[in-house]
Design a protein around this ligand. Sequence first.
Ligand code: ZN
Length: 185
Amino acid sequence: MIDGEKIERAVALLLEGIGEDASREGLAETPSRIARMYEEIFAGIGKTPEEYLEKTFSAEGSGMVIEKDIVFYSTCEHHLLPFYGKAHIAYLPDGKVVGLSKLARAVEVYARRPQLQERLTVQIADALMEYLQPKGVIVMVEAEHMCMTMRGVKKPGTQTMTLVSRGVFAEEKSLQEEFFRMMGL
Ligand code: ZN
């Protein structure tokens, strides 16, 4: 549960800490603005994608399902700066499929919390395995991390790629290759 009052106090303190005058006009409303914003961008804390993935449809004999270019915005837990990009999900159903928009919803649940790209990728894959019980899942995430591009090494446009495969996608190289081919890689 987001505690807006605590966030407001913390942001005011943070502004003081960097040597700012937290009471000047442009900053006076910033603590409450950030508290409201955090309600949205951290709305996934403590949630699971169950409400989106529990309703499945039967689709016997269905081939690979791919949902490409799911845009997401998340927050790096090491710097509290954004990282954002696209998730690509494929699964081989074992009789059950889920509404396509629900995959994007599931990504959002895991993106809206202090996060690591590696964990985000694992959590999406494991949630699909748990709720859909498919023959296999593969998840690829590509993202730009503001903590890399606006500070430190400063390499704008650098994409970090992560890949997690489960079930038949982990066991059969040909399926992975089919996924990469359909991704245009
Ligand atoms: Zn970071």
